[in-house]
Design a binder for this molecule. Structure first.
Ligand SMILES: Cc1cc2nc3c(=O)[nH]c(=O)nc-3n(C[C@H](O)[C@H](O)[C@H](O)COP(=O)(O)OP(=O)(O)OC[C@H]3O[C@@H](n4cnc5c(N)ncnc54)[C@H](O)[C@@H]3O)c2cc1C
Length: 417
């Protein structure tokens, strides 16, 4: 390999930072690793619901301010050997092996990894984008928290009797957020900030069960827990339109309007729109098609992974899930192939993982842990979930930084429960 070949990674999310870390771990020390990211943080999305649902009580605002940043890991502390280039990617000139940035600069690469992630998908539902909040970033988590604080204040002052929150999408993040908001509401009632029936949460999904992609047993446990927390679960109902103050849902019985002071949309993601301009093969949803080496089909030395890409296993015809876990799992394989590509050696195929362990936090210290048909609910599930977070930080950060970051999160988020 010639000296200082340059690997350029687009995106500082789960996929991007983990490939960078692994390349440095497995490489010979003469690879240049540049990471181009629109922001200077790697957002640990599994903690976003905690920020969105931090107690919407005015008195606690000051003390909780630091929490707003608690899910953002500064890219510069991950590994000082990673050259972080802040910038928004707007294009790709494949023939010249260069990336185009919004500021007009271009960046040359020898090998490229595309890990630009996804954005909220609104599926053309009228009024949804304009009249709802989403949860893909710390900024959006804080926006939800602030909106709820204003609504709580109104009830406290006697300007409104109730707060109606409608959440669209009962996938893992929708379930986690709904449950955490319910726990937050219980805290407000306990402290006498609002009355017992002042805050109502409705979780809507077009599927017949919550966590539709998981085993039916998990869905049943989760739905039971949500109802215990006082959440109204509306299933088999599609959001048809969102207006200011109401959400129109359609089920077998027809259309009905749900009053909503705060509509939160957690119903789906699509690959980041930047990919549209890249002259690379994509599936119907706009995700980059990668082969079993994680190379974009038909390309040379361009890899893609995470939410921006789709890998379909030849044998099972299953695709990798769009999760942080799947991105983290693929990262060492991609890193190995990146190093082989830099050395002009033959790439290795990925070994498809059929079953993934998962854990979902459902309000307070309750979690569901699952692997295939095995499930475990309760505080053990919650504790294991927190330990899985710690494991992730250990992989990414220096030991002391990992412990500090995790412990700060645990202490802060305990106050939510
Ligand atoms: C609220 C929430 C909770 C979640 N909880 C879990 C969980 O508990 N477990 C789990 O496994 N998964 C979870 N996920 C899913 C997980 O976050 C994603 O699957 C994961 O982030 C995908 O990683 P990625 O690197 O592909 O994309 P991302 O992590 O989204 O990273 C993409 C990066 O690219 C940057 N970027 C995008 N466009 C540009 C551009 N044009 N120029 C420069 N930079 C750009 C973005 O700013 C971002 O930093 C959750 C998601 C959400 C929203």
């Amino acid at each position: 390999m010639s000296e200082r070949q340059r690997l350029v990674i687009l995106g500082g999310g789960f996929a991007g930072v983990n490939v960078a870390k692994q390349v440095l771990k497995m490489g010979r020390g003469n690879e240049e690793v540049m990471l181009i990211s629109a922001n200077e943080y790697h957002t640990f999305t599994p903690w976003l619901y905690e920020i969105a649902a931090e107690s919407a009580d005015e008195h606690e605002r000051g003390e909780k301010r630091m929490m707003a940043k608690s899910a953002d890991i500064p890219l510069k502390i991950i590994d000082e050997r990673i050259k972080v280039r802040l910038g928004v990617v707007t294009g790709l000139e494949i023939d010249h092996k260069q990336v185009v940035l919004a500021d007009g600069h271009t960046v040359h690469y020898d090998v490229l990894v595309i890990a630009l992630g996804s954005e909220t998908a609104y599926f053309g539902i009228p009024g949804l984008r304009e009249n709802s909040l989403a949860l893909k970033s710390t900024y959006e988590a804080v926006a939800i928290r602030q909106k709820l604080a204003v609504l709580v204040e109104r009830v406290k002052r006697g300007d409104a009797a109730t707060i109606n929150i409608v959440l669209g999408g009962a996938g893992p993040s929708g379930v986690e957020l709904a449950a955490e908001l319910a726990t937050m509401a219980q805290g407000l009632v306990r402290r006498g900030v609002i009355g017992r029936n002042s805050l109502k949460i409705t979780l809507v999904d077009g599927a017949e069960r919550v966590l539709n992609m998981m085993a039916p047993k998990v869905s049943r446990k989760a739905e039971h827990r949500l109802r215990v927390l006082g959440i109204e679960v509306v299933l088999g109902a599609r959001i048809n339109e969102v207006r200011s103050g109401e959400v129109l849902v359609k089920d077998g019985a027809g259309m009905k309007a749900l009053p909503s002071d705060c509509t939160i949309w957690m119903g789906g993601v699509q690959p980041t729109s930047t990919l549209k301009s890249f002259g690379l093969p994509k599936d119907q949803r706009g995700r980059l098609l990668v082969d079993d080496k994680f190379e974009v089909q038909g390309s040379d030395s361009i890899f893609a992974l995470g939410d921006a890409a789709v890998y379909v296993d030849e044998v099972t015809k299953q695709s990798l899930p769009q999760t942080a876990q799947a991105a983290e799992n693929a990262a060492p394989f991609v890193a190995r192939n990146v190093l082989l590509a830099l050395r002009r050696r033959q790439l290795k195929p990925y070994k498809f993982v059929k079953k993934w362990p998962y854990s979902i936090a459902i309000g307070g210290s309750f979690g569901i842990l699952g692997y295939g048909n095995l499930t475990l609910g309760g505080w053990v599930g919650y504790v294991i979930r927190r330990l899985a977070d710690l494991r992730y930080f250990f992989r990414l950060l220096p030991f002391a930084v990992a412990v500090k970051f995790w412990w700060r999160g645990v202490l802060e988020y305990r106050k939510n429960d």
